[in-house]
Design a protein around this ligand. Structure first.
Ligand code: PEP
Ligand code: MG
Length: 563
């Protein structure tokens, strides 16, 4: 694999940093495989017939699902959701059916489980995006079922006895959920990208994390590792006193970050709105407690992933009202219309059987053949805005042309709301100045903008160096958009994961971005980092990142500038 994050030396490993922080502790390698000896000892002939073998599968899958459910009950937030989804997948009827089919075809139980899972892996991989990301979960379930069938404990992360750095090829939800940050001081994975489960959970728990670290799993257990979640480095030969000093400085810095109370501005007082990304009422209520000036991205489609039929306008208005209400009449909420399709299939909206859903009818494109869907959602958003009194802006995902932006803006303005578009397709960035003639604001979705600029699936575990918003080509498109906003005197924000990276946040502000929207856990680190840099310094950082040859050089240059 060609990578821009090569193993810099035998003692210095480089990956993609996803959660800032420094840690120094011995490596704990995660056991992900069932022992070959136990598999070899397994007696496939112990079952009288297919039904007996299937019953053994049911018992094992049930026990695995129970384990996930127990863990889900002991954690909260994203971790609980991820574990509940894994429990559902372990009990999935389709998966059971695939195993039964293999048994009936004459396979022994272990081969049948493997064959059934393989079939599902192929389906999920074919769907791409978020579904492809679930392949890690499927393989994790297969290993756990296998372990139970051969009489071994389930593989994965045990409870560490002493502080450690967890090193793994990739971590499954069951491994990351419920991690104790007092014992797991950092996470290092060989695969996985900035939006992998590992990254999401590490961010929620504030555990320093580096993903896509080539060569990590070849490390020897117990080796002392110095992990830097800002630089994306893992050092094996750090001088202990120096490593401890870096950890102490990091602890001090993190305490300072936690004390930040807003509002967002640079060291010399240039205002930058710090906003939250939310999914539903509960996450809006939690985010409302953080020092944010509102919501920069409410992903409405996440409320409908399990719905067969389109909810009525009134029901939708109730759901949206739950998100608007915590922000009262002194903050504002940017609602994104349905971004269904591709990695977020919504039964009542998504088209079936597309060859390449990421480039297909997703986001605003769903309204081309079904304008009523968009109109009813806009009616519901307008109703919720009236009922709550909260200032409401509305934006469309996956906009590619000025005509699409104009049509969308007309519909939103007809309902007396502010209209904007997301910049996720490179064409929207290149034509930002013309888009801004018809809309009131733009919001850059760096997750998709990076995917479409670099032609790299945002969930691809082997392409972390390409799905990196620090790629100079991506930054160039952001700079074009921000400059267009500056000239039009209209707000241009960032609501993709890039806004949650404290160093990159300063770069974005230096380009002219006026708001940053992120998961609530990132608000304080980003706000505090920004408060330490003058606007001039942010402009210097932007120039350095834009002229860097690659993400590694960009990060190094900006870190040197911002300290
Ligand atoms: C993005 O693409 O950056 C974005 C914010 O939208 P989503 O992650 O929901 O696709
Ligand atoms: Mg997107």
């Amino acid at each position: 694999m060609v990578t821009e994050n090569p193993v810099a030396s035998d003692t210095l490993f480089r990956g993609t940093p996803v959660v800032p922080g420094v840690a120094y502790a011995p490596a704990l390698l995660v056991r992900t495989e069932v022992s070959p000896e136990a598999v070899a000892r397994f007696d496939a002939g112990q079952y009288a017939d297919h039904d007996a073998a299937l019953a053994a599968y049911d018992a094992a899958a049930d026990a695995v699902a129970e384990g996930f459910a127990r863990k889900a009950a002991s954690v909260s937030g994203d971790a609980a959701q991820v574990l509940t989804a894994s429990a559902g997948l372990a009990r999935d009827k389709g998966l059971r059916g695939a195993v039964r089919k293999q048994l009936r075809a004459g396979e022994d139980l272990l081969a049948a489980v493997h064959g059934g899972v393989d079939q599902f892996v192929a389906i999920f991989t074919g769907m791409g995006g978020l579904m492809a990301e679930r392949v890690t979960d499927l393989l994790d379930i297969e290993r756990r079922v296998l372990a139970r069938l051969v009489g071994e404990p389930e593989p994965g992360v045990g409870t560490p006895e002493a502080p450690c750095v967890l090193v793994a090829e990739d971590l499954a939800p069951a491994d990351t959920a419920g991690l104790d940050p007092a014992l797991v001081l950092a996470l290092v994975t060989e695969r996985g990208g900035p939006t992998s489960h590992t990254a999401i959970i590490a961010r929620q728990l504030s555990i320093p994390c580096v993903v896509g670290t080539a060569g990590a799993t070849a490390l020897t257990a117990g080796t002392m590792l110095l992990v830097d979640g800002v630089a994306g480095t893992v050092e094996t030969d750090a001088v202990p006193e120096e490593a401890e000093a870096r950890v102490a400085a990091d602890v001090e810095q993190r305490a300072a970050l936690a004390a930040w109370t807003g509002p967002g501005r640079t060291a010399d007082g240039v205002p930058v709105k710090i906003l939250a990304n939310v999914a539903d009422g509960p996450s809006a209520r939690t985010s409302g407690e953080a020092p944010v000036q509102g919501v920069g991205l409410f992903r409405t489609e996440l409320s409908f992933l399990n719905r067969k039929d389109e909810p009525s306008v009134e029901e939708q208005a109730g759901i949206y009202g739950e998100v608007l209400r915590p922000f009262g009449d002194d903050r504002y909420v940017v609602v994104r219309t349905l971004d269904a399709g591709s990695d977020k299939p919504v039964a009542f909206a998504t088209l079936e059987g597309e060859e390449n859903p990421a480039l297909g009818v997703r986001g605003l494109r769903l309204s081309f053949g079904n304008p009523g869907l968009l109109d009813r959602q806009l009616d519901a958003i307008a109703l919720a805005a009236r009922e709550t009194g909260t200032e409401t802006w509305v934006m469309a995902p996956m906009v590619a042309t000025v005509a699409e932006a104009a049509d969308f803006a007309d519909r939103v303005h007809a309902r007396d709301l502010k209209a904007g578009v997301m910049v996720e397709v490179p064409s929207a960035a290149l034509l930002a100045h013309r888009m801004l003639e018809v809309v009131d604001f733009m919001s850059i979705g760096t997750n998709d903008l990076t995917q479409y600029t670099m032609a790299a699936d945002r969930m691809a575990t082997d392409l972390a160096h390409l799905t990196d918003p620090w790629q100079p080509a991506v930054l160039q498109l952001i700079a074009i958009t921000a400059e267009a906003g500056r000239q039009a005197h209209k707000p241009v924000g960032v609501c993709g994961e890039a806004a949650a990276d404290p160093l990159l946040a300063c770069v974005l502000v230096g380009m002219g971005v006026t708001s940053l929207s992120m998961a609530a856990a990132a608000v304080r680190p980003v706000g505090a980092q920004l408060a330490r840099a003058t606007f001039d310094r942010c402009e210097d950082a932007a120039e350095a990142a834009l002229s860097a040859s690659d993400p590694v050089a960009g990060r190094d240059a900006v870190r040197a500038l911002l300290g």
